[in-house]
Unconditional design. Structure first.
Lengths: 310, 317
């Protein structure tokens, strides 16, 4: 387990380093300096600006500087919003985005698993077809379409919920719902398939033969094993929720990280784009790593297999 | 004693022995197959035909393709012509889907958006197919160290957040149709490569491949003639499911302003424009593009599911 842990950890660091390097050189391959735009600045001022942001140094030195700064968890200054650093922006935006992402994940997991179990228990029945139709619809409707639909119905036509911002629990309902539909549908389908598979296993028959109540069979015996595939997709689901926050935060005017990211893209604020990308990637890679570890802990068969392989 | 014997012979009590008549059988025909044998593809096709949801998805996609090809032609209005006197008109016999804030015909623009979406989806899936099959095929067939190395690289790419990479590439090379496809292909092929590699790894150990090898068949021919046809099922399913995700990515990028640019129409761009007028009650500007995005993705998803069931009946539940 320990060697496996260390191996995965090293792989994680390498992936992260590759992302940082790739992002850095991609961003610096964009022609032109961020300062020569519409208004022509005095050449001396431009020189000073470039010197201030160390843009006049050779690329490799800049790369070295960036890496050293990153080691100190310093993501650098913003170019377009002077007097702000990327760290400050993330510090302000991340808690909001995290809240949105967290609620979304909780909602998606709970409702998805419930829908999946019900569908599996009523296999080929009306409820099964109904919930799976809902699931395919959920996968097919893009989150920004869902968001616009929810706004139109529940904020404009029937003004139950507020349209924008992130101030009270009531404000959080629509963005969370819009973002959760897709992941919920994926989880529901996955739970159903693996639940159906598990329900045909011998130990379920044994449990039935022992005369256990259906509730106990489902929750104590079947669900535990049926949920393993769901755990594996949590990492990639987190990724889709994360990219979903860009557009959801934009639509609902939520002051989160995604909004800063989209704004920085439109402003061509390269340090912010770079910093946010690195930060996002770090979170996602960490998520994938934790999911891998959790998988090993939850399914003892995997650990055994690893040991045998060595 | 006699009774016992009688009972033993008479297996089902109540049925007299005389009822059992030995069927006269021509020994030479004993092995003849009763049902005409169906090839794998025919069999799968019949299974798919029975799946109503998948077939309606397919029917919708055919209609959508016709709409994309002929829509802009049969429509009397052009995609880009702006008539400021005809702002925000509701759907009518003149403008079937209404007009937008610049007086452009929403029907024509939706049809044009269908072109863009289908084009992006199909081309992205084709590129994924080519790269994924070649990469996965080589990796799976070579095995050993080559496989290990190639799959390490794939694992790293697989860990990257797909849309984030696409956004980054779009920022660097600038928005546009070709850059969208390029950006989608950079990491898009990884899933296909993993599937092909897994299949090849399994099939290359089957006896018919060994037989082919003993006849001295060249590697390229083995991959082409023995391995690929047998991996086609999962590949087709993967392609069908790649298309909606590419269409989604294009709409997503266009929606946040990184995709198709102004005069051109894309469902994402139209949805974004429509959203800003949501309070004014111009529902048709938001309704048609979002309806088409959702229906298209739905159709591809159910078709992909149907194909998966049809091509791999073992997985069917």
């Amino acid at each position: 387990m320990n060697t496996y842990f260390i191996k995965r950890f090293i792989a994680m660091i390498i992936t992260l380093w590759l992302i940082i390097t790739g992002t850095f050189f991609l961003m610096h391959s964009v022609p032109g300096s961020p300062f020569n735009e519409e208004r022509t600045t005095n050449e001396a001022i431009q020189k000073n600006l470039e010197a201030y942001y160390h843009l006049d140094e050779p690329l490799l030195v800049q790369y070295g500087n960036y890496l050293t700064a990153l080691l100190h968890l310093d993501l650098g200054p913003s170019i377009k919003k002077s007097s702000q650093t990327v760290n400050e922006m993330l510090g302000r935006g991340f808690p909001v985005s995290f809240e949105l992402g967290f609620y979304t994940l909780i909602l998606a997991v709970i409702s998805g698993i419930t829908l999946g179990i019900i569908a599996a228990l009523r296999h080929n029945g009306v409820i099964d077809y109904l919930s799976m139709s809902i699931a395919v619809l959920g996968i097919s409707i893009p989150n920004f379409v869902m968001a616009t639909f929810l706004i139109e119905q529940l904020a404009v036509n029937f003004p139950i919920f507020p349209v924008a911002t992130w101030t009270s629990p009531k404000h959080m309902v629509l963005p969370t719902l819009a973002l959760a539909t897709g992941p919920m549908a994926i989880i529901a389908r996955l739970t159903r398939t693996s639940m159906l598979e598990v329900l045909t296993q011998d130990y379920i028959r044994t449990a039935k033969a022992k005369g256990l109540s259906p509730v106990k069979i489902v929750f104590k015996h079947a669900l535990r094993n049926a949920l393993l595939p769901v755990v594996t997709v949590l990492g990639s689901l987190a990724a889709s929720i994360l990219t979903g926050t860009f557009v959801i935060e934009k639509i609902f005017a939520i002051p989160g990280m995604g909004k800063y990211f989209v704004d920085s893209i439109n402003n061509r604020d390269f340090p912010v784009i770079m910093g946010t990308t690195v930060f996002y990637s770090a979170i996602l890679i960490l998520m994938l790593f934790l999911v891998d570890l959790a998988y090993g802990v939850l399914d003892p068969r995997i650990k055994l297999h690893k040991k045998e392989a060595k | 004693m006699e009774l016992r014997k009688q009972e033993e012979r008479n297996i089902s009590p109540g049925v007299p022995d005389e009822w059992f008549v030995r069927k006269v059988q021509n020994q030479s025909e004993a092995e003849a197959v009763v049902r005409p044998s169906l090839s794998y593809w025919k069999d799968s096709w019949y299974r798919l035909l029975k799946n109503k949801l998948a077939m309606s998805g397919m029917a919708f996609l055919v209609l959508l393709a016709l709409f994309a090809i002929f829509g802009p032609i049969i429509s009397p209005h052009s995609v880009e012509t702006q008539k400021l006197t005809l702002q925000n008109l509701p759907p009518s016999s003149e403008f079937w889907f209404g007009t937008d804030d610049l007086g452009r015909d929403v029907f024509t623009r939706t049809a044009y958006g269908a072109r863009i979406s289908l084009f992006v989806g199909l081309v992205a899936a084709l590129i994924d197919f080519i790269i994924g099959v070649v990469y996965g095929g080589i990796s799976g067939y070579k095995g050993g160290k080559t496989d290990n190395l190639m799959m390490r690289f794939v694992e790293i790419l697989y860990g990257l957040p797909y849309l984030l990479v696409v956004i980054l590439v779009m920022v660097v090379i600038g928005p546009g149709l070709t850059t969208i496809i390029l950006a989608l292909s950079i990491t898009g092929w990884v899933g296909m490569a993993r599937i092909v590699r897994g299949q090849v790894l399994q099939i290359k150990n089957y006896e018919f491949v060994l037989a082919s090898k003993t006849f001295g068949t060249k590697t390229a021919r083995i991959i082409r003639k023995n391995l690929l046809p047998n991996t086609m099922g999962p590949i087709i399913v993967q392609m069908t499911l790649t298309i909606p995700s590419a269409i989604f990515a294009e709409a997503f990028l266009s929606f946040i302003g990184l995709g198709i640019q102004a005069p051109h129409a894309s469902w994402g761009v139209m949805a974004n424009d429509g959203l800003s007028t949501i309070l004014s009650g111009y529902w048709w500007r938001l309704f048609f593009p979002t309806l088409f995005i959702s229906l298209t993705m739905f159709a591809f998803n159910v078709l992909g599911d149907g194909l998966q069931d049809a091509l791999d009946p073992k997985l069917r539940r």
